[in-house]
Design a protein around this ligand. Structure first.
Ligand code: UVW
Length: 322
């Protein structure tokens, strides 16, 4: 880790020789590596289904006890607009025949729950994914927003790598890192092979731990565990044409890269440069427990974030079918 802030490299310099998929799917492409998920990949996902068991991977949203979200973002808050009280107090509109209704609204950060990031969510310099002008983010995302991902949907073969279990922990420590080589070692221990175009789902146990320990402890000097940047890791994602990285952390990577001191370098190396879509804040504990029991770590993965026009991200409830 550099000793002073001025020794921390600029992300653009750090990644100047890093591979890019810009232009690979044409100059207008806004879904990046999801292009790898062809119909054949959907069928490969379906072929992984053995038992018809369904798992939903979203965290609860709008829990009055608080939701897990990046410090500084707005908690999803659900507000009742109409309920029995309005009828009792004579404040509700009456419909013919006197049917009664409840109604509500949700206020939240679009990245404030289980979510897909738009490919344009993170950038460096003046260009987003595919070389789109970063000025297109002003006011709303005119390019590489979450909408094209939402319209396309994400379906393929998912594979769960349980890094926490591999390390004999219920959840990884604050700031604990792992590499693609650790991911491969965990896969080997699980007797599974990560195949080209797999949707890579990595469990750290971190989000699950939010529900099991004091909030002050979870958020103290916030530093998540996660994948850590190296050129070899980026090459591995590139060579294996990984379309989607899904984890149970808020940012899919260790918060501060311990070697360079750069914050969240994989957001640029994988999302901006390779077009790898990021799914964050998933809850993977139940799926992982089931996989550990039956030894089946692959499944059909299906998800579609909400179709938010110009959104930098959007909530999603991904589904795994074993
Ligand atoms: C940040 O933007 C910090 O993270 P995320 O990708 O979770 O939105």
């Amino acid at each position: 880790m550099p000793e002073t802030v001025k020794d921390i490299p600029k992300i653009a310099d750090l990644l100047k020789d890093s591979p890019k998929n810009w232009g690979k799917w044409g100059p207008d492409d806004e879904v990046g590596s999801l292009n790898y998920l062809t119909s054949a990949e959907v069928l490969r996902g379906i072929a992984a289904v053995r038992k018809g068991k369904v798992f939903t991977l979203q965290v609860k949203m709008g829990d009055p006890a608080g939701d897990p979200l990046w410090p500084g973002r707005t908690q999803p808050t659900r507000v009742n607009l109409l309920d029995k009280g309005h009828y009792l107090c004579g404040k509700a509109t009456h419909f013919p025949g006197d049917p009664e209704f409840s109604d509500d609204m949700l206020i939240m950060s679009l990245q404030g729950s289980t979510q897909y990031d738009a490919l344009g969510h993170a950038w460096c310099g003046d260009e987003l994914w595919n070389g789109f002008d970063a000025r297109s983010t002003a006011g709303r995302m005119d390019k590489a927003s979450v909408l094209p991902i939402a319209e396309r949907g994400v379906v393929g073969r998912g594979i769960l790598i349980d890094m926490a279990r591999h390390r004999g922990k219920s959840f990884l420590d604050r700031g604990e890192t792992f590499t693609h080589e650790d991911v491969l070692a965990a896969a080997e221990a699980q007797h599974v092979k990560i195949e080209k175009h797999d949707i890579l789902v990595i469990r750290t146990g971190w989000i699950g731990s939010f529900y099991k320990r004091p909030r002050e402890e979870f958020f103290r000097d916030y530093l998540e565990p996660g994948l850590t940047y190296s050129p070899a890791l980026v090459d591995w994602f590139h060579d294996n044409e990984i379309p989607n990285l899904v984890t149970d952390t808020m940012a899919n990577e260790v918060t501060i890269d311990p070697v360079t001191g750069v914050a969240l370098p994989l957001h640029n190396a994988l999302m901006r440069n390779l077009g790898v879509t990021f799914t964050e804040i998933t809850q993977l504990d139940e799926l992982a427990d089931d996989c550990a029991v039956d030894g089946q770590w692959t499944f059909l993965y299906a998800a579609a974030p909400l179709k938010i026009v110009g959104g930098t991200g959007a909530p999603v409830n991904p589904i795994a079918v074993k």
